[in-house]
Design a protein around this ligand. Sequence first.
Ligand code: PLP
Length: 386
Amino acid sequence: MIPYGRQEITQSDIDAVVDVLRSDFLTQGPMVAHFEETVARHVGSTHAVAVNSATSALHIACLALGLGQDDWLWTSPITFVASANCGLYCGAGVDFVDIDPRTYNLCPKALARKLEQAEREGRLPKIVAPVHLCGQPCDMAAIHALGKRYGFRIIEDASHAIGGKYRDEFIGNCRYSDITIFSFHPVKIITTAEGGMATTNDARLAERMSLLRSHGITRDPDLMTHEPDGPWYYQQIDLGFNYRMTELQAALGVSQMKRLDEFVARRHALAFRYDKMLTGLPVVTPWQHPDSYSGLHLYVIRLDPTQTDRRQLHVFESLRNQGIGVNVHYIPVHTQPYYRNLGFEPGDFPQAESYYAEAISMPMFHGMTEAQQDAVVEALRKAVQQ
Ligand SMILES: *Cc1c(COP(=O)(O)O)cnc(C)c1O
């Protein structure tokens, strides 16, 4: 089976992890800070907070921004459930904004319309969390302008997008947001096995997230309610979690970061080849906004119903039977049973739902060979013809 995504691990990655195994610290040592500095420097943010997953990063980002009961978080329905669940963790309500049919990202026009209505009803969101689907950045300038007008804060879910650019600047510099989060799950662009990071330019938000990632405990006398009792002393000043990243993961992350530009460039080369080879097939290839340099975590095609009667399920099963590990990203979150129980219904976000009926993620990963890619395209040709 040719997988849809796969990590790229070299001997230098292995050596970096083994070095940590032989060192004094397996957790809470110097490597996590080193990884944070490496990412912050690369993307151009002043702060970075490493955690054990992007899901954890989303959770503490929401808490740091003060999300709580009676608040709303809005995100895209075409995302992994974690982008929405973080709002529910905080006791807030979650709602969605339909996608743009060309980029599949949260649509700023739909957002503007929904905000107008929410203002009338007195239920404006506290946080909007746009998701850079497949690595392509959202229209951040437009979303940011709406944030200024309606007073919401912005978390970019850039789980797919490290190494990508928006208007010639790296995603994660938070020019148009309060916090950006990344995922380092093995299918993503770089990996730490499990892991995530939040970047920000706000020292207070960074401090808050650092506290929340480790039980709400501080050793900083400036943050304590009174002088330390002694050198052993720490204080719990908030209710936090154990969301810490290990030194092993951070070492792998530092090592992977050295090849980030190469990883993204390789994905662009593969995507360019797919674009060319898929012309003539009844599919819509990914459209790239001229403002964006995508991280290209995913290469999603849409079956074009005006050109073929073949349905997604048929094509998907045919590809799987031919040894091609295709996938679908994502099932619209509002149609999940848990969200249906909160009152959402099929039909609520029509663009998201028609995207879901036609989308297939093609295999794309660093080590993919041209021969493998040729085999994928040949299998797709068969699948749409049979
Ligand atoms: C992978 C992913 C997450 C969650 O990442 P983890 O590191 O697995 O917690 C969140 N949002 C999106 C869009 C993702 O693709």
